[in-house]
Each structure stands twice: as structure tokens, then as C-alpha cells.
Design a protein around this ligand. Structure first.
Ligand SMILES: [Zn+2]
Length: 126
């Protein structure tokens, strides 16, 4: 799918997301099944869902909704995170407080940790 160029920004991690990551870190340490099985939604709370996307690299993907910002269709504005177990541990220990992320050139509010991410609002229609 064609995508418009994204702009790099440094974001402070939202406290509610950090709280979720603390829990995920504890689940990984306990080897809870939800953290060992490949999925995109086995790990959930009321503002974030996701799961293990790459078992070989130990990468997790999460969609975070702050619950305050909505798009023109009424859907929650989401932040898309791809994090390694090492990053999850560092965020949970409050050693990593900011992340380099990407936003759309017309700032729609969404963020992603990777530039090759398709924004359903700004990249559509192409
Ligand atoms: Zn966008």
C-alpha cells in the first residue's frame, strides 16, 4: 500500500502505557503462556492490546489508545508499538522513558515506532 512520508518525533511514553508494560514485563518473566504464543491480541488491558509478533527476535507489538483522542469516524487514535523484550524491561524499570517514533506529516495524533506503518486515515485514500 502506498504511504505518505512520516516525520520523526521523540515521545515521552504515556504513564498508562508504562503501567501496562510493567505488567507485560512481569508476565514475560513468569513465562505466562500469553507471552510465549505468537498473537496480536493475547495480551490486553482496557487501553492496550497486543502480543508476541516475532518469537525468534522476542518482539512484541502493541496498540495503545489514550481514550481521549478520536478520529473523524469516532475511532480511538492509536499508537503502534513494536518493542523488544529488552526495551520492555527497560521501560518497566523506568530506565527508558522516551522513544523515537513516527507521525504523519499532517499530525493526526497517531504514532508508530516504525516508519513503514500505514495510517488508515492519512494514507487512505492514496
Ligand atoms: Zn495519520
Amino acid at each position: 500500500m502506498p504511504m505518505k512520508p512520516k516525520v520523526q518525533v521523540v515521545e515521552t511514553l504515556p504513564p498508562t502505557f508504562v503501567g501496562f508494560v510493567e505488567e507485560v514485563d512481569r508476565m514475560i518473566e513468569r513465562r505466562v503462556p500469553e507471552t510465549l504464543l505468537e498473537s496480536d491480541d493475547l495480551i490486553q488491558c482496557d487501553h492496550t492490546f497486543g502480543g508476541l509478533v516475532d518469537p525468534t527476535e522476542g518482539t512484541f507489538g502493541f496498540e495503545f489508545m489514550d481514550g481521549e483522542n478520536f478520529d473523524r469516524d469516532g475511532y480511538s487514535i492509536t499508537w503502534h508499538f513494536l518493542l523488544t523484550k529488552i526495551q520492555i524491561r527497560a521501560i518497566a524499570r523506568h530506565e527508558l522513558k522516551t522513544l523515537t517514533m513516527w507521525r504523519c506529516s499532517s499530525d493526526c495524533g497517531r504514532r508508530a515506532t516504525v516508519p513503514e506503518w500505514y495510517c488508515t486515515e492519512c494514507d487512505f485514500p492514496p
